[in-house]
Design a protein around this ligand. Structure first.
Ligand SMILES: [Ca+2]
Ligand SMILES: [Ca+2]
Ligand SMILES: [Ca+2]
Length: 445
């Protein structure tokens, strides 16, 4: 194998790093970090029907703007791990490297736990800074893309392909169109899935974070898209995208632009937008685009079922923490229909749900917090409901709900009202049943 031959030559001439391998031309087989670093001295080709696997910890240093091509029906896998990712970087960050280019490759293409930085591609073939794929299938997960540059799709450019980008961090990339990810397709129904990513500080003319053109099927969910900029579509831009376009549970916040700083939908892009926060940036519609927006928090308001227009209360936007604070209006105000949040509660709006744990330590009926349930609690409750006494001193946050007086609920209806007084009185008179806690919020030990 060519790589092995090269390695021997390098060892003989006494390279500065004894295990360094110079690689160029046809490459295949399995690379491991034992041979680090991989010094890329020319374009790389994974030939037709062959396989290249780049294992955890491999470090590829491109000596010029060289590309890694994966030829027709070849297989290519980058298998980094959480503790030992694979690095693709150039020696010269201005000229960069030429990116990975998948050309009608095999369906088992995976890029996992990799850092891809300073990918550079300019016209006439300026598509895809770090990754370009055409008529291929690609799964990207747990990757970081930064400082990539191209005319279109600085991190990933996908053409007529089945692309999945999951749980990745895509930031500080620059392109003319689609600085984060750009997907282009006409006549292909292959779905594109962009899920659970952080997409920030990308700059473009159109589609700062994510840009799609001519796609029939997109699932864009649980992404945080913030501080991106584009003249049109600072966060997200879709052109000619229809009919299966789902924008679900995203936080699209603080992006900049002149038309659609948050979202720009153009040319009949009828997206279905649910459980999404679009805050401190706007939505701009053009040329017959008519999205259905529901159960979303839209800055400036939007007509649609369950929509709100209230400050979302993120934990720390200055430091990029777009989780919801306790008391956020986005908690449990998403679509009431399944699927629910992982804690079993009604869906929240935004990329991160607020996990609700039942931490309610109380004695059923003990509203005055003296560690037992007796007539004094009835007296206390009556005064409270008559507005002549204070509220119960202890409230807790239960699954399925906001802060409430769970200890006052003795009839198991998950509320505290006059019926609990009636129920308690009957119980103490010996004519009613025992107190029953709210089944969603039983007292914990
Ligand atoms: Ca919830
Ligand atoms: Ca009591
Ligand atoms: Ca009750």
């Amino acid at each position: 194998m060519r790589v092995t031959i090269l390695m021997i030559i390098i060892l003989l001439v006494g390279f500065s790093s004894p295990n360094a391998i110079e690689v160029s031309g046809d490459v295949w087989g399995e690379w491991t970090s034992a041979d680090n670093p991989y010094i890329v001295v020319g374009d790389l080709w994974v030939p037709q029907d062959s396989t290249l696997i780049i294992g955890e910890g491999c470090y590829l240093e491109f000596q010029d703007n060289y590309r890694l091509y994966v030829d027709t029906s070849a297989t290519f896998q980058v298998l980094g791990t959480e503790s030992d990712s694979v690095i693709f970087t150039p020696i010269d960050t201005v000229d960069g490297w030429g990116g990975i280019r998948l050309l009608m490759s095999n369906e088992n293409i995976i890029i996992r736990y990799a850092l891809l930085e300073y990918g550079r591609n300019f016209l006439p073939s300026g598509e895809g800074g770090a990754i370009y794929l055409s008529d291929s299938e690609l799964l990207v997960e747990h990757c970081e893309f930064r400082f990539n540059y191209s005319d279109m799709g600085a991190s990933v450019y996908s053409n007529n392909s089945r692309l999945q980008v999951l749980e990745s961090y895509i930031h500080n990339n620059v392109a003319f169109i689609g600085a984060g990810i750009f997907c282009y397709s006409f006549g292909s129904t292959l779905p594109t899935t962009i899920s659970q990513n952080i997409i920030s500080y990308n700059h473009a003319s159109n589609g700062g974070g994510f840009s799609a053109m001519g796609l029939d099927s997109i699932v864009f969910d649980h992404n945080v898209v913030f501080n991106n900029f584009a003249a049109m579509g600072g966060g997200v831009e879709m052109v000619y995208c229809d009919p299966d376009i789902y924008i679900t549970n995203n936080s699209i916040v603080n992006n900049g632009g002149y038309f659609g700083s948050g979202i720009h939908l153009c040319d009949g892009s009828d997206a279905i937008i649910i459980n999404t926060i679009v805050w401190n940036n706007d939505i701009y519609l053009q040329d017959f685009s008519a999205p259905e927006i529901s159960y979303s928090n839209i800055d400036g308001s939007w007509v649609g079922e369950g929509n709100i227009n209230v400050a979302p209360m993120f934990v720390d936007t200055v430091n990029g923490d777009y989780s919801l604070m306790v008391g956020s209006p986005c908690i449990d105000s998403g679509d009431p229909n399944p699927p629910h949040d992982p804690d079993g509660s009604r869906s929240d709006m935004g990329a991160f749900y607020y996990p609700q744990v039942n931490n309610c330590a109380y004695i059923v009926g003990d509203v005055n917090l003296d560690n037992n349930f007796n007539g004094l609690d009835i007296v206390y409750g009556v005064a409270y409901f008559k507005n002549t006494g204070p509220p119960p001193p202890y409230q807790c946050l239960c699954a399925y709900g906001s802060l409430w007086n769970a200890s006052g609920d003795v009839n198991g209806m998950c509320d505290y009202n006059g019926l609990d007084i009636t129920y308690g009185v009957s119980y103490f008179k010996g004519i009613g049943p025992e107190p029953v806690p709210c089944p969603d919020c039983p007292p914990v030990e």
